[in-house]
Design a protein around this ligand. Structure first.
Ligand code: GLU
Length: 546
């Protein structure tokens, strides 16, 4: 068969040469060892943690090496596409502090290696598809869905591998150019298939995380272009990562099984394959076992969840870095003040078994991350979140900026600083007692303080002796004196030893005071809180009880 003729028949409108296309995408001039990475999400409308997980690796690897990190939209499956999904994705990545050097942008493209949306690169794919046809490496296939189903049934019955290959490809492969032309003229649909070679050989690929992968080579006549002329992921990824000059392809481990096809295509097109890095699947613990995170069951798979919950983007990054590099936590302890971007990210420290997404771990990392932030930064980020998710609180903290900053700082300068805030959402709850507008009694006073007469007596005495400017020692001496007078033990251990001799201990007394002032049993230091509240508020809250 004259493959050049076939190429013209199939792609009459494709007139550029591969060389012309190559020239449009020049080899990048970058420092030696600089990495070019990307994420290639599909615009399905659902941005998941896995997108950010791979973005964190790509961003670190590229920027750490003085390279380029870009965004490519893989929108070859129009059935899965949702309107506005690209904007949602870009906004989410921005929110989480992922910065792209080039790629798809909300209003078009940024960079010279575009278009960065695969749906706009059709002509480019066709040039290379035509080249493969011209070289006898690809052919049109007119098998109908019914015919393919029949083949699959036969393969299942014979316990053979499913797919179009070897003898199952014969019918399409043996068409003459005249028959092909007739079919096309008759309006029959066709896909373009790669002409696979039946082989027993193995391919050997060095994965950046997994080391050497040995796999059976490809022998499938897999689809390059679908009947609408749109490429499959396999073909588009190879063409794009070559032309956009990616040095590393960081993607989920679910793609490992297609690797032989991709390697075969790189070879067929005469291109050097990038370094692959197949990342571990996100998992969670359940009933003592591990399972894959599921879109249906696990809200924490959606990136929007972290935004809605008000988890600081920095906390999400540090959480992912902890999942991704086994030495991150150790590094953080040794460099408590450093920016996480200073951490030397490495493929070598990546785990290949599933990455455990543990919300308790995230909360604890988040507390540390917020603990390290300045009060002003906490205020700004919290306010930014409140403006979107809690207008009432946005109003409060803008009405009382100084009080809010002082409240944020309570307990943060101690030798063992308090780490009360784990998310902006939780901060709206935890900090609510500082504002009269949101102050409520959440907890009940302890049994030892349930007697009304006793309570009244305590508050009357406390208010009477209260001097807002007392220092910590004087203040505490006064509390101790009242405690003793009311028949409570000043030393908790005395009460423990001889519970019958006391009505309770100083712990019950301060707990009562804390609840009166903050509405809750678990709140920061009473004296510090009193100073943020101001004398008038303190007296008002205490007066209610006397
Ligand atoms: N569009 C692919 C996905 O969403 C991207 C895989 C890749 O990064 O090459 O899984």
């Amino acid at each position: 068969m004259d493959f050049s003729k076939l190429a013209e028949l199939l792609f009459p409108k494709s007139t550029s040469t591969p060389e012309e296309i190559e020239a449009r995408f020049p080899v990048r001039t970058l420092p030696e060892n600089a990495c070019v990475t990307r994420i290639g999400p599909s615009p399905t409308g659902f941005v998941h943690l896995g997108n950010l997980y791979n973005a964190v690796i790509g961003e670190r690897i590229a920027h750490q090496s003085g390279g380029v990190f870009y965004l490519r939209i893989e929108d070859t499956d129009s059935k899965r596409e949702v309107e506005g999904a690209v904007e949602t994705l870009i906004r989410a990545m921005n929110y989480f502090g992922v910065s792209f050097d080039e790629g798809a942008a909300a209003d078009g493209d940024n960079g010279i290696y575009g278009p960065y949306r695969q749906s706009r690169r059709r002509e480019i794919y066709h040039v290379f598809a035509k080249k493969l046809v011209r070289e006898g490496l690809a052919y049109p296939c007119f098998l109908t869905e019914d015919e393919i189903n029949a083949i699959r049934e036969q393969q299942t019955a014979n316990k053979e591998n499913p797919g179009i290959y070897g003898k199952y490809a014969e019918k399409s492969r043996s068409l003459t150019i005249e028959q092909i032309k007739e079919n096309i003229d008759a309006g029959m649909e066709w896909v373009l298939r790669y002409r696979g070679v039946m082989t027993d050989e193995y391919i050997s690929v060095e994965d950046a995380v997994r080391g050497r992968l040995e796999m059976p080579g490809n022998n499938m006549d897999f689809v390059l272009l679908k009947s609408d002329g749109i490429p499959t992921y396999h073909f588009a990824h190879v063409v794009d990562d070559h032309l956009m000059r990616s040095t590393h392809v960081i993607r989920g481990e679910e793609w490992i099984s297609s690797l032989p096809m991709h390697i075969e295509l790189f070879n067929a097109l005469g291109w050097k394959a990038p370094i692959y890095c197949h990342t571990a699947t996100l998992m969670k613990l359940e009933n003592g076992g591990k399972r894959k995170l599921s879109k249906r069951k696990d809200p924490e798979l959606a990136l929007s969840y972290y935004q809605q919950e008000g988890i600081s983007p920095d906390a999400v990054w540090e959480f992912l870095l902890t999942l991704l590099n086994s030495n991150y936590e150790e590094w953080r302890i040794a460099h408590p003040e450093a920016d996480y971007r200073e951490f030397p990210y490495s493929f070598k420290e990546m785990s290949i078994s599933g990455a455990l997404v543990d919300m308790d771990k995230l909360k604890s990392i988040s507390k540390d991350v917020i603990g390290r932030m300045s009060a002003q930064r906490i205020y700004d980020e919290w306010l930014g979140w409140c403006r979107q998710y809690n207008e009432k609180f946005a109003g409060l903290i803008t009405k009382y900026p100084e009080k809010t900053l002082a409240a944020i700082n309570v307990g943060r300068n101690a030798a063992k600083p308090r780490k009360d805030i784990e998310s902006w959402k939780q901060a709206c709850d935890f900090m609510s007692f500082y504002y009269d507008e949101t102050f409520t009694l959440c907890d009940e006073m302890s049994e030892q303080c349930s007697d009304e007469a006793l309570r009244k007596a305590f508050f009357a005495k406390y208010i009477e002796s209260y001097c807002h400017d007392d220092d910590q020692a004087v203040w505490f001496d006064k509390v101790k004196a009242i405690t003793e007078k009311l028949g409570f033990a000043v030393k908790p251990k005395d009460f423990k030893k001889n519970p019958d001799q006391y009505k309770g201990s100083i712990v019950h007394i301060t707990n009562m005071l804390r609840i009166a002032l903050t509405g809750r049993a678990n709140a920061p230091d009473i004296r510090e809180v009193s100073h943020v509240l101001g004398e008038e508020t303190v007296r008002m809250r205490l007066d209610m009880w006397k």
